[in-house]
Every structure is written in structure tokens, then in C-alpha cells.
Design a protein around this ligand. Structure first.
Ligand code: SAM
Length: 318
């Protein structure tokens, strides 16, 4: 089949090919920005500010929580999220996991340096060392997650997060809304990672990441098709809306480095993510940003949707 001609447009769509329709439950319109990897942690922080403004409370799980670059602490998602959740409406519960001892001490140090909350506000921060794929089984079995809106970041490097872990998180709540997932899907170096992997145990970890033996079907596939396929895999888990948010190699570049796949049951969540995506890195001081977020939530959303309900996610997270 002949390749489609790329059309010149003012900004990227969710996929990096402009103007091609993609199946999605909630229409959110065109993106006007190219976010790069330096923006990821900020995107998560702003999204959770919006999420909690609407949900009023919630739980944050981070399966791969240690800093990617200990020299760049502003790009560390867990730190940004914990430091920003200081208002009365906020996430209260944080469950952070990492496999490496050194990352666990960085997480503990970051937790111990958090400014105390004024009483009676409280936060619970639990840090667990271990392979998240194993630890998540016990964690979910213990039922430690309060019944409230829950967001889980799966920010792996390449193939560390097994598909069975994604399934366990998606299947945790027997009814109501599922745990919302924000899943790192490597794209920029996937072909290299596939071809560099030859040892049996590494091949087994790719199969576990994909969750099936037919992972070789991902080879020789376009990035757009891979993102589409992953979107479908998450939809098969029963999520109402799944969108792969593109993160580019540099600001202004059109090369997608990876997607952050957002799987949610909340009908407003994709619009909140879009708002966050459009605001990241604009350099507004946080008070200004808060004001903007509040004004934004009070204003009619774009594209037009019904008014924001009193408590979108419901007191029981459903
Ligand atoms: C890409 S980094 C995470 C980046 C981080 N979210 C940030 O905002 O900077 C991946 C982290 O996962 C940890 N890790 C790798 N394999 C793991 C596993 N199986 N279980 C838990 N943590 C793991 C690494 O030690 C590393 O800290």
C-alpha cells in the first residue's frame, strides 16, 4: 500500500501522524504542543493537581519510583507529585516501589524532607523495596489501597513492567472505576532493544512485558501501529478510555520517543490530561497555575462538555 502523504499542520495529534482518525472514547481535539521528556514529571504533577481538584482526594501508586536522573530532581515524578500535594483537596496516600537499594534511600530522603502539613492534614507515604511485579501481588492482596480514586504510574525504562502486573492493577477493584494507569511505552529505542536482545532470559522478559509469546509481531511495525495496538490491549482490560500521549525527543521535534498510555474509566480524565499537556512547562508560578487551573475547571471546557459535576469521581471512587 502506498504511504500516506504527511500533511503540514500547526500541531501534533495524539499520534504523530496528523489528521488520521483514531478510535477513542472521548474526543479531546488537536494538541498544540510537543512535549519532550523533560516535561514528563511536570505533566504528571499538573494532571494530578487537576485530578484531585475534581476528585477531592485520592491515592498515588508509583511502581518504578526512583529518580531516572538523580542530578535532575525537577524531572522526578514522585518528588514533584508529593511536593505539590499540600492543599486540603489532595492525594493522601502514596505507595512507592523500587527494586534498587540506592533508589530506596533517595525515596526515603525525599520523603523525610517533605515540608510537614499543617494539622489536621496528613499524608501516608509507604516505600517498598522489591520487584514491583512481585510486590504488587502482595500489595493488592493486602487491600491497602483505600477506596478512593487511584492513579498508578508505571514508568519503566523499557521492558520491566510485566503485562500481568498491568492486568492485576486493572482487575483490582471488583466494581466501580478501575485504578487509573499511566504507562510508559518505549518507542524511540524499541527496535534497538528488540534486536539487541538475544539471551533466553531477556527474551522471556520481553514476552512477559508484552504478556504473550507473539511479541515479534511488534517488530517491523510503525510506531503509530504499535501505539494503536497497545491502546487496544488496554481497552481489552475494560478501560473506558485509553489514549497514548506522545512525548517527543526534544521540544519542537516531531520524533516520538515514547508514549505515556493513559487508561481511565473517568469520562473527564482525558480532558484533564489534555489541559495538563497544554500547560506543562509554560513557566507559570505555582500560585498562578493553581488559579488558572481553578478558572479552567470553572470555565466551560473545550470542546464543550456538560458542567463539571460536584464530585466527578464520586466518594467511593466510582
Ligand atoms: C525510568 S526509572 C523511573 C523514573 C522515575 N519515574 C522518574 O520520574 O524519574 C525506572 C526505575 O525503576 C526501577 N526498577 C527497575 N526494575 C524494577 C522492578 N522490576 N521493580 C521496581 N522497580 C524497578 C529502577 O531502579 C529505576 O529507579
Amino acid at each position: 500500500m502506498p504511504r500516506r502523504k504527511r500533511i503540514d499542520t500547526s500541531g501534533p495529534t495524539l499520534f504523530d501522524v496528523p489528521n488520521e482518525p483514531v478510535p477513542r472514547a472521548v474526543q479531546i481535539g488537536r494538541l498544540h504542543r510537543y512535549l519532550s521528556t523533560a516535561h514528563k514529571a511536570h505533566l504528571i504533577q499538573i494532571y494530578l493537581d487537576l485530578f484531585v481538584y475534581v476528585a477531592k482526594h485520592g491515592t498515588y501508586i508509583d511502581g518504578f519510583a526512583g529518580p531516572q536522573d538523580p542530578e535532575q530532581l525537577d524531572s522526578w515524578a514522585a518528588k514533584r507529585v508529593l511536593e505539590s500535594q499540600v492543599r486540603p483537596k489532595r492525594l493522601h496516600n502514596f505507595f512507592l516501589f523500587d527494586a534498587k537499594r540506592v533508589q530506596i534511600s533517595r525515596l526515603r530522603q525525599m520523603r523525610d524532607r517533605l515540608p510537614p502539613l499543617p494539622p489536621p492534614l496528613r499524608r501516608r507515604v509507604e516505600i517498598t523495596r522489591g520487584d514491583f511485579n512481585e510486590a504488587v501481588v502482595n500489595f493488592l492482596k493486602k487491600g491497602d489501597i483505600p477506596i478512593e480514586p487511584t492513579f498508578c504510574l508505571l514508568d519503566q525504562r523499557t521492558f520491566e513492567c510485566r503485562w500481568s502486573t498491568v492486568e492485576a492493577l486493572a482487575g483490582y477493584k471488583p466494581e466501580g472505576t478501575k485504578i487509573e494507569l499511566f504507562y510508559f511505552l518505549p518507542i524511540g529505542w524499541l527496535d534497538r532493544a528488540f534486536s539487541a536482545t538475544t539471551k533466553d532470559d531477556s527474551l522471556a522478559s520481553i514476552a512477559a512485558w508484552w504478556g504473550r509469546d507473539d511479541w515479534r509481531s511488534l517488530e517491523n511495525m510503525s510506531n503509530r501501529d504499535r501505539a494503536q495496538l497497545f491502546t487496544e490491549r488496554f481497552l481489552e482490560l475494560g478501560y473506558a478510555d485509553v489514549k497514548p500521549w506522545p512525548i517527543y525527543s526534544d521540544a519542537g521535534s516531531t520524533r516520538v520517543m515514547y508514549y505515556m498510555v493513559h487508561a481511565t474509566d473517568h469520562s473527564e480524565a482525558p480532558r484533564l490530561m489534555r489541559r495538563a499537556y497544554e500547560r506543562v512547562g509554560l513557566g507559570a508560578p505555582s500560585t498562578e497555575l493553581q488559579l488558572e487551573i481553578e478558572m479552567d475547571l470553572l470555565a466551560p471546557p473545550d470542546p464543550p462538555t456538560p458542567d463539571f459535576p460536584e464530585d466527578l469521581f464520586g466518594p467511593q471512587g466510582c
